[in-house]
Write a protein that binds this ligand. Sequence first.
Ligand SMILES: Cc1cc2nc3c(=O)[nH]c(=O)nc-3n(C[C@H](O)[C@H](O)[C@H](O)COP(=O)(O)OP(=O)(O)OC[C@H]3O[C@@H](n4cnc5c(N)ncnc54)[C@H](O)[C@@H]3O)c2cc1C
Length: 290
Amino acid sequence: MRINELISKRKQPFLSLEFFPPKEREAWDDFFAKVETLKSLSPLFVSITCGAGGSPQTNTVEIASRLQNDMGLETMAHLTCLGGGRPEVNTALEKLQSAGVNNVLALRGDLPKDADPADVQSDFRFASDLVAFIRSDFPDMGIGVAGYPEAHPESPTIGSDRERLKAKIEKGADFLVTQFLFDNRLYFDFVDRLRQLGVTQPVIPGVLPVLSLKSVRHILSISGASIPGRLYLDLEAAHESGGPKEVRRLGIEFARRQIRELLAGGAPGIHLYTLNQAAPCLEITEGLFD
Ligand SMILES: Cc1cc2nc3c(=O)[nH]c(=O)nc-3n(C[C@H](O)[C@H](O)[C@H](O)COP(=O)(O)OP(=O)(O)OC[C@H]3O[C@@H](n4cnc5c(N)ncnc54)[C@H](O)[C@@H]3O)c2cc1C
């Protein structure tokens, strides 16, 4: 079923879970075992990224198919368009459709390092081109798109980024999933501004658990998102006083508070970046979605 239909039927706040394909095939069994553990959280849907760490789209398609069919989870496959031409994108969509995967997160993907956006040769230059293609050739597909409460790093202004986002919705996207954020005011302001632009679709905030200083530094360096100074200083202090265990404890406590506040402020649900880890996700969500 299309995710926007699931959202509109849902009376309670929901949880969705994002995974990435393990790099090595030998790690797949362990990966599916973790997903099985997290199935106990009854996510409204799960999503599987593509391209991360050089993993090819074929892995995403195969894993999406297994999540949907073997594990009975409503699944959204991330699909980037920058690296592939129309035939590759079409093939991926056909495979997903025939596997019963009815939802994709339509993305442009990151530019190669130091590339000028104007020089990129692709059948689809922006995610909005991909959305338009899917809506025309795969009209039954549910389509999510990425939104950036802090604006996408390439955008010259926040206003222009919002307008580009609106274009993705106008081309046929059903809902938005945000880049992770640590300051909930960014999410609420983002939603307000989109509503002022006439965007009525659900906006699902992304929550990234901070489980170690090293991983948060890495993720911040590749995403362009920011972390409040206070939180960063608290994490550093936690590291000094109690080492990695204390950082993890603080990160989990922060994520729980963040989720509570987002839901209390009216977010329809939470998209949790699981980092393919089951235990911290169980701790973070305990009692919050009952
Ligand atoms: C929830 C989420 C999941 C993600 N999953 C993945 C993943 O699985 N794999 C992966 O590789 N990456 C993933 N990404 C990262 C994403 O691919 C990058 O952020 C990428 O740089 C932009 O993708 P987009 O779909 O937002 O692009 P777009 O919406 O196309 O936007 C890219 C930039 O172009 C600008 N723009 C858009 N349209 C126009 C136009 N017509 N003219 C001029 N400028 C324009 C936008 O303002 C923005 O600055 C994810 C991001 C998020 C938030």
